[in-house]
Design a protein around this ligand. Structure first.
Ligand code: CUA
Length: 314
């Protein structure tokens, strides 16, 4: 099985967005404080070991010990916790502030993939979210099944997708690139293979992508693609998947109108190659046990026609 790891591994300490930068700063402040406390406590421990017990009761100064406990055990820890509370609340408020000119995207958590819509357009895709650099992004998060959690560590913190509730995650991307994301809330057997990727593009490239997606047509370009479309739309595939401009308008599985342009299949399970797509369609459960997509019950030549048709949807 080919591992799909073409993007940089996810890391909250490698921020590429304004909000991720805030979060990384909080992490470093907490880390520095933890190191400082460790060194001070460790130092005092070594000091007390070296000094040993007082030789006679006259050496003990109770008043001095009490002052040490009040300062080291109550006042200093309280100040540290107050400072951290301030930093955390301040950062949390900064993360949630709405901005002018936000791009709105709707993301719905499914079993076990991500449905992506761009409100106000007809663009629908899955698992790969194209976003512009520099523009504030507002992602509305939904679920129609169980609780999932949207996490792209390089760009922002985690936010849950809760059935019956609309949560919002805001961030602004600072550098173009591909960023790996992952469902961060256990949601069932394939929680681990509920990955996604954000493709952050310059505003010009993003506008081009958006314009292209708006105009996607389903016209097959060859006989084999035409056969693929016929097989796709007259078999079970069409009951669960949508391809814009055809009779396939199922909503249970990912929209496949642009599937040929995606890097991965099965929410980051497999690289999107012809061979992998053929094997995926033939027996998805082999790659993602428990997946809701049933194995294809059509002939290998029909599968090949579907693969040719789908890989051309781009
Ligand atoms: Cu969805 Cu874990």
């Amino acid at each position: 099985m080919t591992s799909v790891l073409l993007a940089a591994p996810p890391s909250a300490l490698d921020p590429h967005g304004s909000e991720a930068r805030h979060l990384a700063n909080v992490w470093w402040i907490m880390f520095a404080l933890a190191i400082a406390v460790y060194l001070v406590v460790g130092g005092l421990f070594v000091f007390s070991l070296l000094r040993g017990r007082p030789q006679s009761p006259d050496d003990v100064s109770t008043r001095h010990d009490n002052r040490f406990i009040w300062i080291g055990g109550v006042i200093v820890p309280s100040l540290i916790l107050l400072f951290l509370a301030f930093v955390t609340v301040h950062t949390g408020a900064a993360l949630r502030a709405p901005a002018r000119g936000e791009l709105h995207v709707d993301v719905t958590g499914k079993d076990w993939w991500w449905a992506v819509r761009y409100p106000g357009t007809r663009v629908v895709t899955a698992n790969e979210i194209h976003l512009p650099v520099g523009q504030p992004i507002s992602i509305a998060l939904f679920s129609d099944n169980v609780i999932h959690s949207f996490w792209v560590p390089q760009l922002a913190g985690k936010e849950d997708l809760i059935p019956g509730q609309r949560n919002t995650l805001r961030f602004t991307i600072r550098s173009a690139g591909t960023y790996r994301g992952q469902c961060a809330e256990y949601c069932g057997i394939q929680h681990a293979r509920m990955g996604l990727r954000v493709i952050a593009q310059s505003p010009g490239d993003f506008a081009k992508w958006m314009a292209h997606e708006q105009q996607l047509v389903s016209l097959p370009a060859s006989d084999v693609e035409a056969r693929g479309e016929l097989v796709f739309t007259t078999n079970d595939c069409a009951g669960c998947h949508t391809i814009r401009g055809t009779d396939a308008n199922g909503l249970k599985g990912p929209d496949l109108s642009d599937v040929g342009s995606r890097v991965a299949l099965g929410a980051e399970t497999l690289l999107n190659t012809k061979k992998n797509m053929r094997e995926w369609i033939t027996n998805p459960d082999h790659f993602k046990p428990g997946v809701l997509m049933p194995p294809a019950t059509i002939s290998p030549s029909d599968v090949a026609a579907i693969v040719a048709y789908l890989e051309a949807r781009r």
